[in-house]
Design a protein around this ligand. Structure first.
Ligand code: MSP
Length: 517
């Protein structure tokens, strides 16, 4: 039976329109999902929208519409973002769906039954923007003398009856989890951060609110709605059928990786495993945190008004260059400052020149000098073998990198081979061999076509559309584009379609803040 792989994005708040920061987490998760499918796994890839809470209620009020209507509208925009970014998600969960409410209420009942949820009284600071509670000691002083959350969000003093989750009781078991599963919180810098937070002691967590109604009702106590994070995190369970363990999707649980931004690591790496352990459910294998895209050094966000619109980028530069850039420019886990100029540079140098030209040069010679038929391999030289070995090692190299979400390293591995292939074509000069040694010319071109096939195969998850076009051109039938298919060479004599450029160079105005060449 094939291996299962379950990957998630965070579910996005429906309080504002999607931007490139959201697209980033989603594209990363999409690459993992596509890679695993290519590698023969059975994949469940989930994304969706987080539609409850005070923040959404307020945004709806500001827009003058009912919360559900507002949520419907913005959720559509996020569904549009999935389509825009070419996501291959298997489901799109919305927390206002009946299946989700059912799952939340069942989880609640289990936590109540185990004694992990009790009724008390909450008094403290709450930041609506973060949907988070803060201790007095965590607050910072604003320039105007007022108090704010460490994130800069305004806080309000809240006093109301509340249910609590007995988080304090889970400190040792959480630390034991981080010790026994070192990859549970990744990358390791985040693991240290989370561990020191937990070592510092945990307060019980307020998990219900009575001051607003836009949420999942607490079972048997309709004055309360569930705290939005308990509700939101449960989406990962509701989409695989919880509490129905007979659901065909249930075997996907526990998730293999939750990809999340670094601002929400605490919720995923502390609260979530505690809720799950308390409910007697297995915990996810890994919570991997990505960094932020910044604009002029500041986190890009809707509320700061400095967000880069994903639709503009895709329209201007094309989908695949944007997907490639997001994962190539910055090591996953680190922050990166966005600029159009950097995107144009990578598109022109790495996609158009390095890869696009390699394919174009090779395939136009096959078209012109080999009658458009896949040439036969001659006796292999040392150079042929070295290049082919490097290309054939790509599936396992990229697999190792992607197992650790090192997207940029995976791409660098592929580009090493592409650069080596460019050096090989320059050195072998097949165009000069045409008159002197046609058999060797054919051998060289055959090596190059095979290298392009390997490269395009492993790059499919990153740039699905362009790599499908490239694989068409090297004669790889759509049914034989998996990693395992690379073991079988394409038959010489195969008729190849007329070559066409896959990556145009970007020329012209690059748009916002750009100093493109
Ligand atoms: N609704 C919660 C998540 C609940 S998951 C059970 C939430 N939503 S969010 O819409 O505010 O953010 C969703 C994701 O987008 C987070 O992972 C966040 O880090 C990411 N990003 C938002 N802005 C970003 C950047 N500027 N750069 C990179 N990622 C960013 O949090």
């Amino acid at each position: 039976m094939s291996k299962r792989f379950y990957v998630t994005t965070p579910i996005y708040y429906v309080n504002g329109a999607p931007h490139i920061g959201h697209a980033y987490t989603s594209v990363a998760a999409d690459v993992l999902a596509r890679w695993r499918r290519l590698d023969g796994h059975e994949v469940f890839f989930l994304t969706g929208t987080d539609e409850h809470g005070q923040k959404v209620e307020k945004a709806a009020q500001d827009a003058g519409v009912a919360p559900q209507e507002f949520a419907d509208r913005i959720s559509k925009q996020f569904q549009g973002l999935s389509a825009l970014m070419g996501l291959s998600n298997d489901d799109f969960i919305r927390t206002t769906e009946a299946r989700h409410k059912l799952a939340c209420q069942e989880l609640w009942r289990r936590l109540r039954a185990s004694g992990d949820i009790y009724l008390g009284h909450y008094e403290g600071y709450y930041a609506v923007r973060d949907e988070a509670f803060y201790n007095e000691s965590e607050l910072v002083t604003r320039p105007d003398g007022g108090r704010a959350a460490p994130t800069g969000a305004p806080v309000e003093w809240v006093r109301e009856p509340s249910y609590f989750f007995r988080l304090s009781a889970w400190q040792d078991r959480l630390l034991a989890l981080y010790e026994s599963e070192p990859d549970f919180v990744s990358p390791s810098s985040r693991r240290s951060e989370v561990m020191s937070f937990v070592r510092g002691g945990l307060n019980d967590l307020s998990v219900s609110r009575t001051s607003f109604t836009w949420g999942v009702p607490v079972p048997d106590d309709p004055d309360h709605v569930m705290y939005v994070w308990l509700d939101a995190l449960t989406n990962y369970l509701s989409a695989v059928g919880f509490p129905d363990t007979e659901s065909p999707r249930w075997p996907f649980w526990p998730a293999d990786v939750h990809v999340v931004g670094k601002d929400i690591i605490r919720f995923h790496a502390v609260y979530w495993p505690a809720f799950l352990m308390a409910a007697g459910l297995p915990v996810p294998r890994c919570v991997f945190s990505n960094g932020w895209w910044t604009a002029a050094g500041e986190k890009m966000s809707k509320s700061l008004g400095n967000a880069v619109d994903a639709a503009r980028l895709v329209e201007t530069f094309g989908l695949d260059p944007v997907r490639y850039f997001l994962l190539r420019e910055v090591p996953f886990g680190n922050d990166g400052d966005y600029s159009d100029a950097a995107l144009v540079r990578r598109t022109n140098v790495e996609l158009a020149n390095d890869l696009g030209n390699l394919a174009q040069r090779t395939l136009s010679q096959v078209a012109k000098n080999c009658g458009g038929l896949l040439p036969a391999r001659g006796a292999a030289t040392v150079q042929d073998t070295a290049l082919l070995d490097a290309a054939q090692a790509l599936p396992s190299a990229v697999r190792d990198r992607l197992d650790r979400l090192a997207f940029h390293d995976a791409l660098e591995d592929v580009w090493k081979v592409i650069r080596a292939a460019n050096a090989y074509i320059d050195h072998q000069a097949p165009w000069a061999l045409r008159k002197t040694d046609a058999v060797r010319m054919a051998g060289v071109l055959s090596v190059l076509v095979e290298v392009i096939r390997c490269v395009a195969t492993v790059l499919q998850p990153f740039m699905p559309g362009s790599m499908a076009a490239m694989l068409d051109q090297v004669g790889a039938h759509p049914d034989v584009r998996g990693l395992a298919d690379l073991a079988t060479p394409l038959p010489p004599g195969l008729a190849l379609p007329a070559p066409q450029g896959v990556f145009p160079r970007f020329v012209g105005e690059a748009g916002q803040g750009a100093d493109a060449d």
